[in-house]
Design a protein around this ligand. Structure first.
Ligand code: GAP
Length: 427
C-alpha cells in the first residue's frame, strides 16, 4: 500500500465530507481535524459499535464519561509529568526541533546546521485556569483519557454492583503536544481514545491479559474489509506504566501501524493514586474478605486511527468507479433511495414514502441528481452498501430495484419486504 493511497483518502475525505483540515480558512493548525457530515456519522457508528460491544456483549462492564481537565496532581501521580517525554534535538541554525529517534547523525536534516544534544520535552498540553493574571493555575488537558477511570474507580465500586473482575470503559478526547504530528489522522494533537480498564485479582492477570488480546482482535476483525491485514506487535520498549504490551496493528498501513494497545498496567495506577491522594484504593473481596489492590489490563485504542485504517482498507479502484467497501455497520449511510426520474411526481412521491419509512430504522440518503449510473458511483465512493430505485414498475407491481455496492448486482424486491431484506444483508 502506498502513500499515493493516503493522498487519495485525504482528498476523498475532504471532497465528500468525511474529514476537513481544522480551522482551514485561517491556514489550518497542524495536528487538528474536523469531521464532516459523513465522517461524524461513520465515527458515531464506530463509537456506538464499541460501546455496545463493551457494555452489552460483556458482563460486568460499566461506562463513565470523565472530565478532560483533572486535578494537576493526577499527572504527577500517573508519572506523565516526569515520563511522558520525547527527547528532541534542536538545530542551532534554523531552530527546528527533531525527535532524536528519527535522526541519523548530528546535522539538521533540513538545513544541515549543527544539532544540539537531545533534551527531554513533555508532551502534556498545559492550560491556565482562573481569571486573575499572575494567580492562574496550570492544569493539563488529559494526555491519556483513561486516567479518569482510575479516579472514578472507587465511586463506581460504591455506586454500582460491580465485583472483581469488572471493567470500566470510556470514550473520550485526549491531547498531546506531539512533536511530529502528521500522516493525516494518524498522529494528531487532539484525538479520541476508547479505553477499557479491566480490574482483576493479581493471580488472574495472565488469564485476563490473554482474554482481552483475543477479544479485541476478534472485534476488529469483524469490522475490517480485509481482516488478514490485522496483526499483533509485542513491545520491547515499554511505557512507564506497563509491564507487558501488545499493539493491534493495521499491517498494510502506509504510515504507522498501531491502532490499539493492550497493556499490562498491573497495580501501577491505583497504587500511585492511593499514594498521592492518601486514599485507600484497595478492594475487599465480599466473600473471602481478602484485601488487595486490583491489577489492571487496559485496552486503549484510537478511534481516529481505526477510522483512517478502515478507509484505507475499504478503498478500491475498479474499472470506472472508486468504491469504499466498508462494512455496512460502519458505513455512514446504509441505503440510498432514488426516484428513477426527478420530474415524475408519482415516482418521487413513492420514493419519498420509502425513504421516510426506512429512515425510521437506519441512516438513509436521498439522491435525485444526474442519472442512475452517476448516482450509483457517487454512493459507491462514500461506501453506501445499497441503492434502492423506484421506477414505473414500482408503481404498478409494488417492487423496487436494490443494487448491491460490492457485486453491483440488482434484484427486484417487494416494497413490503424491503426492510427485512436490507436488515438480513447488513447483519
Ligand atoms: N492509556 C494508554 C494510552 O494512551 P497509547 O498507546 O499512548 O496508550 C492508545 O494510546 C491509542 O491512542 C494508540 O494505540 C493510538 O491508536 C491512539 N493514539 C495515541 N496517540 C495518538 C495521536 N497522536 N493521534 C491519534 N491517535 C493516537
Amino acid at each position: 500500500m502506498s502513500n499515493d493511497l493516503m493522498e487519495k483518502i485525504v482528498s476523498l475525505c475532504k471532497r465528500r465530507g468525511f474529514v476537513y483540515p481544522g480551522s482551514e480558512i485561517y491556514g489550518g493548525l497542524q495536528g487538528f481535524y474536523d469531521f464532516g457530515p459523513l465522517g461524524v456519522e461513520m465515527k458515531n457508528n464506530l463509537k456506538r459499535l464499541w460501546w455496545d460491544w463493551m457494555t452489552k456483549a460483556h458482563d460486568n462492564i460499566v461506562g463513565i464519561d470523565g472530565a478532560i481537565i483533572v486535578n494537576p496532581k493526577v499527572w504527577e501521580a500517573s508519572g506523565h509529568l516526569k515520563s511522558f517525554v520525547d527527547p528532541l534535538a534542536e538545530c542551532k541554525k534554523c531552530h527546528k526541533r527533531f525527535k532524536a529517534d528519527d535522526l541519523a547523525g548530528d546535522k539538521c536534516p533540513e538545513c544541515g546546521g549543527q544539532l544540539t544534544e537531545p533534551r527531554l520535552f513533555n508532551i502534556l498540553v498545559p492550560t491556565q485556569l482562573g481569571v486573575i493574571e499572575g494567580e492562574k493555575q496550570t492544569a493539563y488537558l488529559r494526555g491519556e483519557a483513561c486516567q479518569t477511570i482510575y479516579l472514578d474507580y472507587k465511586n463506581v465500586l460504591d455506586s454500582s454492583r460491580v465485583k472483581i473482575p469488572f471493567g470500566i470503559c470510556q470514550i473520550g478526547k485526549a491531547f498531546r503536544n506531539e512533536v511530529t504530528p502528521g500522516n493525516f489522522l494518524f498522529r494528531q494533537r487532539e484525538f479520541e481514545q476508547w479505553d477499557l480498564q479491566w480490574f482483576c485479582h493479581p493471580n488472574e492477570m495472565e488469564k485476563w491479559f490473554e482474554y482481552w488480546k483475543g477479544e479485541r482482535m476478534s472485534w476488529f476483525k469483524s469490522l475490517f474489509t480485509h481482516p488478514e491485514n490485522l496483526g499483533f506487535y509485542q513491545h520491547e520498549k515499554l511505557a512507564h506504566y506497563a509491564k507487558k504490551a501488545f499493539d493491534i496493528e493495521y499491517t498494510a498501513s502506509p504510515v504507522g501501524k498501531e491502532m490499539e494497545g493492550i497493556h499490562w498496567r498491573g497495580d501501577w495506577d491505583l497504587a500511585r493514586h492511593a499514594e498521592f491522594s492518601g486514599q485507600d484504593l484497595s478492594y475487599t473481596d465480599p466473600e473471602t474478605n481478602e484485601k488487595f489492590i486490583p491489577q489492571i489490563v487496559e485496552t486503549s485504542g484510537g478511534v481516529d486511527r481505526m477510522f483512517l485504517f478502515l478507509l484505507l482498507d475499504a478503498y478500491a479502484e475498479e474499472k470506472e468507479r472508486v468504491v469504499l467497501k466498508l462494512n455496512p455497520k460502519v458505513a455512514p449511510y446504509k441505503v440510498a433511495v432514488f426516484p428513477l426520474l426527478k420530474n415524475k411526481p408519482d415516482l418521487v412521491a413513492k420514493a419519498r414514502e420509502i425513504y421516510q419509512d426506512l429512515r425510521k430504522d437506519m441512516n438513509v440518503v436521498w439522491d435525485e441528481r444526474g442519472n442512475i449510473g452517476k448516482r450509483y458511483f457517487a454512493q459507491d465512493e462514500i461506501g453506501t452498501p445499497f441503492c434502492v430505485t423506484v421506477d414505473f414498475d414500482s408503481l404498478e407491481k409494488g417492487d423496487v430495484t436494490v443494487r448491491d455496492r460490492d457485486s453491483m448486482k440488482q434484484e427486484r424486491i417487494k416494497i413490503g419486504d424491503l426492510k427485512e431484506y436490507l436488515g438480513s444483508k447488513m447483519n
